[in-house]
Design a protein around this ligand. Sequence first.
Ligand code: ATP
Length: 198
Amino acid sequence: MPQPASHQLGLLGGTFDPPHLGHLAAARAVQAQLGLHRVDLLVANDPWQKSGDRTVSPAAVRLEMARALVTDTPGLGVDDREIRRGGPTYTADTLEEIHRESPNTEIFLIVGADTAGRIHSWHRPEVVLALSTLVIVNRTDHASDIAGATSVHVHMDPVNVSSTSIRERVAAGQSLDGFTTPDVARIIAEHGLYGERT
Ligand code: ATP
């Protein structure tokens, strides 16, 4: 498909186990503040830095939940390429793939401040930083600069929600109101996710 001279694409990568209102707020804030054409949630197939700690839900279910999260928000979408590719998920591979397919796409890689601080522990971080502008969203109130990165900071009203807190709430039988959308909560219930402490 022909692309405009420069297509500005935001990517919010994550495990999304499950996706929540913090993800939604971050994607919306970045799209609005940077005026990006689109922001996609990029659902990891095998998040190798997390999968050692606990059993991650199947990729297909995490994908279904991510789609449900953004369904009512114009300009937000979901990219399933990492799941279609299979294997351990390396963001560097993903960015190279997108760059090859659409060289005119300018990639804005969105990360919470906590994730930004760990980026040098990723696979081939120099490729990630060369092929994207890092968008650091304040997950806390402060964010530091990342060596070797072209980065911008986006401030949003903090949304104090994590996937971990949702898994714990489900295990404790607590409501997910104000943590994720009703559609995502319904999918969690349908699949019986997080029933036991993970
Ligand atoms: P977990 O609690 O299982 O570690 P998580 O809530 O951090 O999960 P991820 O899917 O790992 O969710 O996060 C994907 C990306 O979204 C990361 O860059 C993370 O920093 C960012 N993020 C997660 N929660 C928030 C939030 N509440 N506000 C802003 N950014 C967030």
